[in-house]
Design a protein around this ligand. Structure first.
Ligand code: NDP
Ligand code: 2IT
Length: 445
């Protein structure tokens, strides 16, 4: 790492103790930014990096609610409003027992650069709770969401901060959150949340957007090697919103997705995943992936283990952070891997990224490859602001343009800085310069 950045990094790490994921995200970005500071010493003078690493505002709150047996439960809620240089804070809410400040900050930090890359007017933020929705009834999820919003509402707004979904937060949760916001504020403020239902201000394509966008970005990477998804053997991790839609799009482009996973195990389906059955099991019934294997002939289920043991020419990690380590990356390489597109946020460890890059595998980092979700959220905000709603075809066309644009900008930036094909460098520098320019222009705030 550049020596000037090293000491800034050390200070950031020291003043945010115990936040391993945030440290990892910061180090990965800093490693790309040396050459930018050679060209732009004014960024150092204005302490852009120090300011970028310190969220503008961090909110932590108690979320009390009662479960179905009448017992009081207490969770912790978070919203980190990281950077508003380009627009209102924008980013999802994650409900998962592993959520703590270090995870919310890593996600919020990544979101700043991702949102800048989309070219849309959105700043970076993220939030969530250590609430575990698994096994909870609809009524419990509703009471939790209502309590969560009873504090969050005072911090958000169409022009301030616009949350959306992430792990554990989908259409159901956004509905309960929106209802409570509307009730407390007495405002039908559609633009305060994205990922809404289609009949009450949502956008077509938003549910599919992250998975579709990841595949579109990966397809653009494959094109640079004269190939495409057609005929590829694909492995996807996860079986949630991002994974299911990535599987659907990859198969629509002619690939065969032979495996996917959840946190309990993975399935191998050599005929190609049956997306309808997967949606029924995961989205309609909220079941486990094991049940998919039980209902379809010729499918094997592996309890525990790693989905990265399955051979693939294209890998799409779409579950969670640090789910693909250096050993898994090395195993994938031995079996003829061509490309990795990150649907999840930071799913590959730094070792894994190094293995892929040294081997010349096409590697699309999450902050570029999975930006289709938040970009389509920005399209939802656009529709809300103009009280309009667009067709599926038009919205998907916009998503495709945005993803191709992000790919091309990352590739051009990597070329410009003398590292052709390095999408990590391209995404980090491309996102950073845009935010840094805006911060400089807006003065010391
Ligand atoms: P979902 O809650 O819909 O699905 C998450 C999937 O990942 C599930 O299959 C889940 O398995 C698995 N998973 C979650 N945590 C773990 C864990 N600790 N270990 C192993 N598996 C795990 O979430 P999304 O599909 O929305 O999100 C997936 C990833 O994509 C996340 O990294 C998220 O930040 C990122 N992302 C999401 C966007 C969106 O629009 N939703 C946009 C951009 C990125 P199980 O059911 O067993 O927990
Ligand atoms: O990580 C992400 O980009 C998301 N979870 C989506 C955020 C959004 O505001 O749509």
């Amino acid at each position: 790492m550049d020596a000037r950045l090293e000491s800034i990094k050390d200070t950031v790490l020291a003043r945010n103790p115990g936040e391993a994921e945030f440290h990892q995200a910061v180090v990965e970005v800093f490693e790309s930014l040396g050459p930018v500071h050679d060209r732009h010493p004014e960024f150092l003078e204005a302490a852009i990096l120090e300011r970028l690493c310190e969220p503008e505002r961090q909110i932590i709150f108690r979320v009390p609610w009662t479960d179905d047996s009448g017992r009081v439960q207490i969770n912790r809620g978070f919203r980190v409003e990281f950077n508003s240089a380009l627009g209102p804070y924008k980013g999802g809410l994650r409900f998962h027992p592993s959520v703590y400040l270090g995870i919310v900050k890593f996600l919020g930090f990544e979101q700043i650069f991702k949102n800048a890359l989309t070219g849309m007017p959105i700043g970076g933020g993220k939030g969530g709770s250590d609430f575990d929705p698994r096994g909870r009834s609809d009524a419990e999820v509703m009471r939790f969401c209502q309590s969560f919003m009873t504090e969050l509402y005072r911090h958000i707004g169409e022009y301030t901060d616009v949350p959306a979904g992430d792990i554990g937060v989908g259409g159901r949760e956004i509905g309960y959150l929106f209802g409570q916001y509307k009730r407390i504020t007495n405002r039908y403020e559609s633009g305060v949340l994205t990922g809404k239902g289609i009949s009450w201000g949502g956008s077509l394509v938003r549910p599919e957007a992250t998975g579709f966008g990841t595949v579109i970005f990966t397809q653009e990477m494959l094109k640079t090697r004269g190939t495409s998804f057609d005929g590829q053997r694909v492995v996807v991790s996860g079986s949630g919103n991002v994974a299911v839609n990535a599987i659907a799009k990859a198969q629509a482009l002619g690939a065969t997705v032979v495996a996917c996973s959840d946190s309990s195990g993975y399935v191998v389906d050599e005929a190609g995943i049956d997306v309808e059955l997967l949606r029924t099991v995961k989205e309609v019934e909220r079941g486990r992936l094991k049940e998919y294997a039980e209902r379809r002939a010729g499918v094997s289920y592996v309890d525990g283990g790693s989905v990265w043991d399955v051979d693939a020419t294209v890998a799409l990690p779409c579950a969670t952070q640090n789910e693909l380590d250096g050993d898994a990356a090395a195993r994938l390489l031995r079996n003829g891997l061509l490309a990795v597109g990150e649907g999840a946020n930071m799913p590959s460890t730094r070792d894994a990224v190094a293995v892929f890059q040294e081997a010349g595998v096409l590697f699309g980092p999450g902050k570029a490859a999975n930006a289709g979700g938040v970009a389509t959220s920005a399209l939802e905000m656009q529709q809300n602001a103009s009280r309009d709603s667009w067709s599926f075809e038009h919205t998907e066309e916009r998503l495709t343009e945005i993803m191709v644009g992000i790919h091309d900008r990352c590739a051009a930036t990597a070329d410009e800085y003398g590292e052709p094909g390095n999408y990590v460098l391209g995404a980090n520098i491309g996102g950073f310069v845009k935010v840094a320019d805006a911060m400089l222009a807006q003065g010391l705030i």
